[in-house]
Ligand binder design. Structure first.
Ligand code: ATP
Length: 717
């Protein structure tokens, strides 16, 4: 038993809440025409997911809502709920009882619930198909459809069989996969065409931008080299430049210190100098005194020698001195003669003249003196006086010499001190000079470094770089040869870069974006291709499953069908066969028809089901020649064949026994009886035999208020 009960409220002719309990076995629903029996079947069909209003005998879904009667006003909504016993877990839900409920409102909105939780219709249908329930097949056979199996198309027949076999679940899955495959294929085609569209443009962009590809690399390399080159030079030059300053200021200190010292030295030199004039004037005085004294001595000596001659001349006159005088005179004249002869020999007439004048004047004075007639004694006295004078003068001269020596000594020591002080001043001056010179040299050096720095700054500017960038890069000092090597590399790189031309940023950006888009599309294409492959394999798997299970079941059903057919028709033959399927398919592609080989399994599951019959005692065959009753019999035989191979949990049949004659109606109720051990039956019938075989009988009547009523009539025995 699966169906437990049905609850209706405002559904079609059931204005009020009605509950129908379904026990195990057969439930027969009976009642007069138009009382609302089929409305119950409609409710079940609706609850099993029917979407087609026509199948529910209405124009729109709102026709399902009680429309009012002479005694009752119309309802605002219709609801129906079917309760299932789920202890055997026919539904893959953990509940022991499953309630499926649908509601429809006048505004057309409808709601679906599984155990009071709202769900989508899709979820409901999926759940039902997983439990081999649905409205496509023979689970619910509506009134007037007793020959459903015959009048159905081969494909509809297949659908009916698949629903009972529980293959509908796989069909839904396959359908879903196919829908996805279709979308995926569309996306794949779109993506492919986008790729095809982008690719030539991308190739062009790649060609245009490839020449700049290395540019970035080269630029990076250039920056690196410039960093080394300018960095090393900048740090070396700034260090050198800054190193000069302390030296200059040290010299500043030295200079001012030396200047202070010079001032001191000059002051002391001046002091020394001031002490000099006194000594010098004293010496000059002494020296002039010395000259005077000298000339005085010479005068006195001359006078004395004259006096001596005079005395000699006087004494010659005295006899005792005559010989001596004569000798002296001889000598004297001899001397005069010798001198005169020498001077004459020399022919120095001027000197001779002077000599003679002197002799003459001497002679004059002698004769004058002799004429004065001084006596010798007087002369001697005179001589003595003069000698005293001479002695005095000589003594004085000695004193002066001593004084001069002393002063000279003093002056000499002054000179030594002066020279020393002077040389100190001079050496200080030259020291200052050398400091200044050194400082000037350093200033010049600083100027040179500054010039070099400015030159480097110009180079940095020309390279389009910022000077500040290199101040923070502490680089090791590079050797001249290293710098030269780097410099030539820089020149080479700059040459290469300028040969490349300026980068067209917009073009590079476009190329980059296009490349990204291209890669994205490629990835997407790969994903889609994988999805297509996955879906195709899912579809193939599902198709195989459907194919195998269906084929296996169909041959069994066909045998059962033959059995039930010959039982009902008292002989004859019947079978179900699959339609022949075309393996080859013609598809149009690019205006040309090409033959496409479709895999058999994929194609085979689309094959419908044909019925082949041979009636007993009749020569004719085919479905068209069958009577109405015969059509119902064939359909019922097929139904029983189906449920004997794969019994469904329940069957809902609305007057399918109506066209049967009494004998066949009896046979039908026997078979229902037989199958009711496994299958729960809900049957609407006017057939007495069917009513009698039922376990429960519900009588449906139309009340005086115009609404349907249900009366339960439990059968006994
Ligand atoms: P028969 O034995 O002749 O097949 P039945 O018992 O199966 O009859 P139904 O077809 O179930 O009868 O009921 C039809 C009745 O239900 C009609 O009288 C119809 O007017 C009524 N009906 C259908 N839809 C509505 C509705 N929305 N509101 C009120 N009554 C409705």
């Amino acid at each position: 038993m699966l169906l437990k009960r049905l609850e209706l409220n405002g559904f079609k002719s059931f204005a009020k809440r009605v509950v129908l309990e379904f026990p195990k076995g057969v439930t027969a629903i009976v009642g007069p025409n138009g009382s609302g029996k089929s409305n119950i079947i409609d409710a079940i069909r609706w609850l099993l997911g029917e979407r087609d209003a026509k199948q529910l005998r209405g124009g729109t879904t709102t026709d399902l809502i009680f429309g009012g009667s002479s005694g009752k006003s119309k309802s605002g909504m219709a609801s129906a709920a079917l309760f299932f016993d789920n202890t055997k877990k026919i539904f893959p839900l953990h509940f022991d009882e499953v309630e499926i409920k649908r509601e429809v409102y006048r505004d057309g909105t409808s709601f679906y619930y599984i155990n009071k939780s709202e769900v989508r219709l899709k979820d409901l249908i999926e759940l039902l198909s997983q439990s081999r329930l649905g409205t496509k097949g023979l689970i619910v056979v509506s009134q007037g459809n007793s020959d459903l199996f015959i009048k159905a198309t081969p494909l509809d027949r297949r659908e009916m069989i698949e629903e009972i076999l529980g293959l509908r679940e796989f069909r839904i899955k396959k359908h879903e996969a196919e829908r996805k495959l279709k979308n995926t294929t569309i996306n794949l085609e779109k993506t492919s065409s986008l790729i095809a569209e982008i690719e030539p443009h991308l190739k062009l962009l790649r060609r245009q931008t490839s020449k700049w590809e290395k540019r970035e690399e080269l630029e990076r390399e250039l920056i690196g080299l410039e960093n080394d080159y300018f960095g090393s030079k900048a740090s070396f030059l700034t260090e050198a430049y800054l190193a000069v300053d302390p030296l200059i200021s040290e010299l500043d200190n030295n200079i001012s210190k030396a200047k202070r010292e010079l001032k001191d030295l000059e002051e002391s030199l001046l002091k020394i100098e001031k002490s000099e004039p006194e000594n010098r004037s004293n010496l000059n005085k002494v020296r002039s005194k010395k000259t005077i004294t000298e000339s005085a001595i010479r005068e006195i000596e001359g006078f004395l020698s004259d006096l001596k001659i005079k005395i000699a001349l006087k004494e010659r006159d005295s006899p005792e001195n005559t010989e001596t005088d004569f000798k002296e005179a001889t000598t004297y004249f001899k001397d005069i003669y010798t001198e005169a002869k020498r001077l004459m020999g020399l022919k120095d007439l001027e000197a001779l003249n002077l000599f003679l004048k002197r002799i003459i004047s001497l002679g004059d004075s002698v004769f004058k003196e002799s004429n004065k007639d001084n006596n010798v004694n007087e002369l001697r006295e005179q001589e003595e006086k003069i000698l005293n004078n001479l002695r005095k003068e000589k003594k004085e001269f000695d004193f002066i010499l001593k004084e001069e020596k002393e002063l000279e000594k003093k002056l000499e020591s002054f000179t030594t001190i002066f020279r020393k002080a002077f040389s100190l001043v001079e050496s200080k001056k030259s020291e200052i000079g050398s400091f200044v010179e050194k400082q000037d040299r350093l200033k010049l050096e600083k100027e040179r470094w500054s010039f070099k720095i400015n030159d480097l700054k110009d180079q940095v500017r020309q390279a389009g770089r910022k000077w500040d960038d290199f101040l923070n890069i502490k680089k090791d000092k590079l050797s001249e040869s290293e710098l030269n090597e780097i410099e030539s590399k820089i020149f080479r790189l700059r040459g290469q870069l300028s040969a490349m031309g300026e980068v067209d940023e917009a073009l590079v950006k476009e190329a980059k974006e296009t490349e990204e888009r291209f890669n994205f599309l490629k990835d997407q294409l790969a994903d889609l291709e994988k999805a297509v492959a996955d879906l195709e394999s899912v579809i193939l798997e599902l198709s195989e499953k459907i194919h195998e299970e269906f084929n296996e079941a169909l041959s069994k059903i066909s045998l059962e069908f033959d059995k039930f057919f010959s039982l009902m028709f008292k002989g004859g033959k019947a079978k179900l066969i699959k339609q022949k399927v075309e393996i080859k398919k013609i598809e149009e592609e690019g205006g040309e028809n090409i033959e496409v080989i479709v895999p058999k399994k994929l194609n085979d599951i689309e094959a419908g089901v044909e019925i082949e019959l041979t009636l007993p005692k009749k020569k004719v065959s085919g479905l068209d020649v069958l009577s109405g009753g015969e059509r119902s019999l064939v359909s019922i035989a097929a139904l029983f064949a189906l449920i004997s191979v794969s019994p469904p949990p329940f069957l809902v049949l609305d007057e399918i026994d109506a066209p049967l004659d009494e004998r066949n109606a009896g046979r039908f109720s026997d078979m229902v009886q037989e199958f009711s051990k496994e299958v729960q039956f809900i049957i609407v019938t006017h057939n007495r035999a069917t009513m009698e075989s039922a376990d429960v009988l519900y009588g449906v009547t139309l009340g005086e208020d115009g609404a349907s009523k249900v009366v339960s009539m439990k059968m006994t025995g």
